[in-house]
Design a protein around this ligand. Structure first.
Ligand SMILES: Nc1nc2c(ncn2[C@@H]2O[C@H](COP(=O)(O)OP(=O)(O)OP(=O)(O)O)[C@@H](O)[C@H]2O)c(=O)[nH]1
Length: 551
């Protein structure tokens, strides 16, 4: 696990992911926030447009109706009726008053039928008393306020706040307009009860061009009408929500009238005492936000996958040749120099592989040189070792080696109780031969004697040059009688071998002293001394003979 974390591949992946994700997430978050704000701005803008359009349409609707009522206030039947009634009020002619009122009521009914938005027309006299109405029952319109005369003169119109009317089963609003006599005296007023429900068709038109729903509320937050099909006319906003909606000029979230949860904006009409509430579905806005968030998460996830894949590929392309190099170096450490890595790439890793191959080639060449030198040295050592134990002229063991062999044989004899014999051999009158035939022939004679010795003994026996013309032969596991026979054979062989020289046939004789090993012998010299004494005896008794010390 630790190795995995510390590996180059992991580091590349971690670095790539961090290096990519930090700026990406920062930028994405920034853009995400901006988009979130854009959604919010867009919702606000749409709501404002919807509220403005509704307000404009409502003003237009009110203006159209007011124009109709104003026209009615200047109509002759109304002015003349009110003037007549004013005159009759002094004469107390009840029948004349009634007739005038009846004529006025008929006129009002005929007009009301023609105006779609008007539910009822009522005429008041200057004392705020109803004098005629299009309605056969008690008129719905309330009497004008006490100060109406003054207000009428200054503004010209009085709008009674709208409310739900159970009799007409619709929301109604009343408009009161002053009626002036031909000499511009205030003689009464005409009130029109308008069907606000007729505005619903306009709401549907407005809604076509924007998302959201429109609700018209009375002064207490109660629904008058709405654009959503089946809007609840009994619904009323809670006092808290009503207060909040009126307080903020920005959209707020609340329990909607058209949606379970809504974001809405309120706008109060200046001409009509109605609050326009425009709403959008909070869950639809949230869905847009969730879609945006999911897109952002998808984008980041795809980016992570791509970056990780690329980083893994890059890491792999670096680590794989490095692992090959590590394994190759391990192989070299273990002694395998026959390694070659194919350098296919042109980058730094390729260069490293190239250099590695050059290094192994150089190491291989050096290794061959060292091995050759080592072999030569071994051969030299073997030669030196051979020279250190052999005689240079004859190739037999030298005196040093003889001492070693004798010590070993003596120990072996004492261990296994198997005797061995030592032959001390000397060429007779060699000085004279040297003098006569020359030193070179003397050497040849010495070499010939040595070769005869080697041919005459077994592989388990030893032959050595003791010095000058003296030789020693050790016959292992041999008693003195068998040694005498071997000595006699050697003597005869040497004689015939030297006679066979082509240019200078020489009559060479040997004197040989023999001794067998004894338990009393402690050093090689004990044996040599005894054999030497036997040799002396052989010389003294006439040479060219064998004498055994044990005979
Ligand atoms: N050619 C040759 N002569 C050697 C070599 N080493 C010793 N000699 C000679 O061998 C002779 C040995 O003589 P001795 O053994 O003393 O006497 P001898 O003439 O053999 O007489 P006896 O031994 O009594 O029979 C000397 O003249 C040495 O110079 C050698 O390597 N080559």
């Amino acid at each position: 696990m630790r190795l995995v974390l510390y590996s180059i591949k992991s580091k590349i992946v971690i670095f790539a992911v961090i290096a990519t994700l930090l700026p990406t997430i920062s930028l994405s978050l920034l853009s995400f926030k901006q988009n979130e704000a854009l959604i919010s701005d867009s919702v606000t803008r749409e709501l404002r447009i919807l509220a403005d359009n509704t307000n404009r349409q409502l003003d237009q609707w009110a203006e159209e109706n007011m124009l109709a009522i104003r026209a009615l206030s200047t109509s002759s039947p109304v002015i003349e009726g009110l003037t007549t009634l004013k005159q009759f009020s002094d004469s107390k002619s009840a029948s004349a008053v009634k007739q005038t009122q009846s004529v006025m009521a008929s006129y009002l009914r005929s007009v009301q039928i023609k105006l779609d938005e008007v539910l009822e027309l009522t005429v008041f006299d200057a004392t705020r008393k109803i004098v005629a109405s299009s309605s056969t029952s008690t008129p719905e319109v309330r009497e004008p306020p006490e100060q109406w005369t003054h207000t009428s003169l200054t503004s010209g119109t009085i709008a009674i706040p709208p409310a739900w009317n159970d009799r007409f089963a619709t929301a109604t609003i009343s408009i009161i307009y002053p009626v002036l006599s031909y000499d511009s005296q205030l003689i009464g007023a005409i009130a029109a009860t308008l069907d606000l429900g007729t505005f619903e068709s306009r709401l549907a038109e407005i809604k076509k061009f924007s998302s959201g729903e429109i609700v018209l509320l009375d002064q207490h937050g109660k629904v008058l009408l709405g654009s959503a099909p089946g809007v609840d006319h009994q619904a009323v906003l809670s006092p808290h929500q009503w207060e909040l909606i009126q307080m903020f000029d920005e959209p707020i979230s609340y329990d909607g009238l058209s949606y379970p949860k809504a974001i809405g904006l309120a706008h109060t009409s200046e001409n009509i005492p109605v609050t326009i509430l425009v709403e959008q579905d909070h869950s639809a806005i949230q869905a847009a936000w969730i879609k945006l968030r999911n897109r952002f998460l998808e984008f980041v996830s795809i980016l992570i996958i791509i970056v990780t894949a690329v980083a893994l590929y890059m890491g792999h392309s670096i680590v794989t040749p490095l692992k090959q190099l590590i394994n190759a170096v391990k192989g070299i450490v273990e002694g395998n120099l026959d390694i070659y890595l194919p350098a296919k790439r042109r980058d730094e890793v390729g260069q490293l592989t190239d250099i590695f191959n050059q290094m192994t080639r150089a190491l291989r060449n050096k290794h061959i040189e060292i091995m050759t030198a080592n072999q030569a040295m071994q051969q030299q050592n073997q030669l030196l070792q051979k020279l250190s134990i052999t005689d240079g002229l004859t190739g037999l063991y030298n005196r040093t080696k003889l001492d070693t062999i004798l010590s070993e044989q003596l120990a072996r004899f004492k261990r296994h109780d198997r005797p061995f014999c030592l032959l001390m051999i000397d060429i007779d009158y060699f000085k004279t031969i040297n003098d006569k035939l020359g030193h070179i022939v003397g050497d040849r004679i010495l070499v010939t004697v040595a070769s005869v010795l080697l041919k005459s003994i077994r592989t388990i026996d030893y032959a050595a040059r003791y010095g000058g013309d003296e030789f020693v032969v050790i016959l292992t596991e041999t008693n003195s009688s068998a040694a005498i026979k071997t000595a006699e054979r050697i003597r005869a062989e040497v004689n015939s071998a030297c006679l066979a020289f082509k240019e200078h046939p020489a009559h060479i004789t040997l004197s040989i002293g023999i001794t067998q090993s004894y338990y009393d012998d402690i050093t090689p010299n004990d044996l040599i001394a005894r054999a030497d004494a036997a040799l002396y005896e052989a010389k003294e008794s006439g040479r060219d003979r064998v004498h055994c010390a044990d005979a």
